[in-house]
Design a protein around this ligand. Structure first.
Ligand code: DGL
Length: 258
């Protein structure tokens, strides 16, 4: 066990959390980041709550051995299933979880029509019901599960004819109908271009990546744990081979150009 707690670990079921990592890197370039994606077990979103909790805990245990000052659960699905238990299990580490940016959307469009794209698990969890109760009362909220989207991003086809066809199929009926769509799964920002092509430019796409990065920075600052550098980035994945790591760097580069 590394006793020096200097890493910020960023965890997702696969490559999706890179959409959060890009904000973290931009905000805190002096930090040491360890990104871990569990692509061998993705997607999480169609699994049971218990399975997702077990997989999340297995990953968290391994990451904790590296010496962490913060764990960022950059996966809405894993956050829904495990965040409360993780915080209880690791009271000495800052544990941050991402959740669908419904608050942001409701504040921006009071009384508006808001779609929430997320995995089936996120949309049926109690945590989402709580969000709906708190922020969705004054708006019309449409739940938009997107089966198949995660798989396309995981296989490097975020921008592909297959993605365009899938989005057409899922979102076609909502073209021009929504004020905002919350991207409630960290894989989805990589399909933003395809989503906007179908919904139309007037629908604002919102995700929780930046808010999560800001919250992480705020918590580290409050605990006087921010580091001056030098920064570092390590990317690991449960899938063997170079391909999945290369995909992470490709997505990170795309995100930084956006
Ligand atoms: N990226 C994850 C999220 O934010 C879920 C993807 C999956 O289904 O594995 O919900």
């Amino acid at each position: 066990m590394n006793t020096k707690k200097d890493f910020i670990a960023v965890f997702d079921s696969g490559v999706g959390g890179i959409s959060v990592l890009r904000h973290l890197l931009r905000l805190m370039p002096g930090e040491r980041f360890l990104y871990y994606g569990d692509s061998a077990n993705a997607p999480y979103g169609t699994r049971s709550r218990e399975e997702v909790k077990k997989l999340t805990f297995a990953a968290a245990e391994k990451l904790m051995e590296q010496g962490l000052k913060a764990l960022v659960v950059a996966c809405n699905t894993a956050t829904s299933a495990a965040i409360t238990d993780l915080r209880q299990a690791y009271p000495d580490t800052i544990v941050i979880g991402i959740e669908p940016a419904l608050k942001l959307a409701a504040e921006r469009f009071p009384g508006g029509r808001i779609g929430v794209m997320a995995t089936p698990m996120t949309l049926r969890e109690e945590k989402f019901e709580g969000l709906l109760h708190r922020y969705g009362q004054s708006s019309r909220v449409y739940r938009l599960p997107a089966p198949g989207l995660v798989e396309l991003v995981e296989s490097g086809r975020a921008d592909s004819p297959e993605m365009d066809a899938l989005m057409d199929n899922l979102l076609g009926p909502y073209r021009g109908q929504l004020d905002a769509v919350v991207l409630g799964c960290t894989h989805y920002p990589f399909a933003a271009a395809a989503i906007s092509r179908v919904l139309g430019e007037k629908t604002l796409l919102l995700d929780g990546g930046e808010g999560t990065a800001r919250e992480t920075q705020r918590r580290l600052a409050a605990a006087e744990l921010l580091s001056e550098g030098p920064g570092e980035l390590v990317i690991r994945n449960s899938l063997p081979g170079r391909e999945i790591i290369d995909l992470c760097y490709t997505l990170l580069k795309q995100g930084s150009e956006a």
